[in-house]
Design a protein around this ligand. Structure first.
Ligand code: DX5
Ligand code: ZN
Length: 217
């Protein structure tokens, strides 16, 4: 399977986000993962659509926007207008369904995510309408946490469902992905890996991205 690497700008130097985005483009990233937090759905606040709009001008990387916000339906249009290519909303939000409909209407890729405590069954009713499912392998909110291996069965179940129904579903993992845990996620069936700390803090991001993509520890 074609493995894609999405560096998470949560681990970037926010004083020079544009340069950081270009640094990841040069290092061979496939997507730029942009973590949006509202201080309500998660206990942290990051960035909004105006920042995405400015970043759009400095890189050609597709933007993978991860909305960790309580009311995604209120903001998806703003993020699409700002240049998002794919948008993930959380299954735990009451308006997730509405937000997904808006995203499909706008013609961008849409994804649903489950926090560690949410069973993967939550995405089952939406499977044929999703481009991607994001399996969180840490509690969302902060970078630099450890990969939860007990989330691997969720990835296996999703890959099984996708194969069974012949769906071209992307399966993304986010949280604690590094050169040691990436092979586990890939073996379980994930094909898009988000990595913040592992790539941004690497002495050689290009080599790290290549290694993560290889699926070998
Ligand atoms: C966490 C975010 C992640 C985070 C991952 O809530 O969704 O994208 O940046 O960071 P690492 O790779 O450091 O765990
Ligand atoms: Zn994320």
């Amino acid at each position: 399977m074609n493995i894609q690497i999405a560096p998470s700008i949560l681990s970037a130097d926010f004083a020079c986000l544009g340069q950081e985005a270009r640094r990841m483009e040069l290092a061979g990233a496939d997507l730029l993962h942009i973590d949006v937090m509202d201080g309500h759905f998660v206990p942290n606040i990051t960035i909004g659509a105006p920042v995405v709009y400015c970043l759009r001008k400095v890189t050609k990387l597709p933007f993978d926007v991860h909305l960790m916000i309580s009311e995604p339906d209120r903001y998806v249009d703003a993020f699409v207008d700002a240049g998002a290519n794919m948008v993930t909303v959380h299954a735990e939000c009451p308006s997730a369904d509405k937000a997904l409909k808006q995203l499909r209407h706008r013609g961008v890729k849409c994804a649903l995510s489950v926090k560690p405590g949410t069973p993967v069954d939550a995405v089952y009713p939406y499977l044929d309408k999703l481009d991607m499912v994001l399996v969180m392998t840490v509690e969302p909110g902060f970078g630099g946490q450890s990969f939860m291996t007990d989330m691997l069965p969720k990835i296996r179940t999703l890959r099984q469902w996708a194969d069974q129904f012949g769906l071209p579903l992307d399966i993304q993992v986010d949280g604690g992905v590094d050169v040691n845990t990436a092979p586990l996620a890939i073996a379980a069936g994930a094909n898009i890996l988000v990595a913040g700390t592992a790539v941004f803090y690497s002495d050689d991001p290009k080599a790290t991205i290549r290694k993560l993509r290889s699926g070998r520890a």
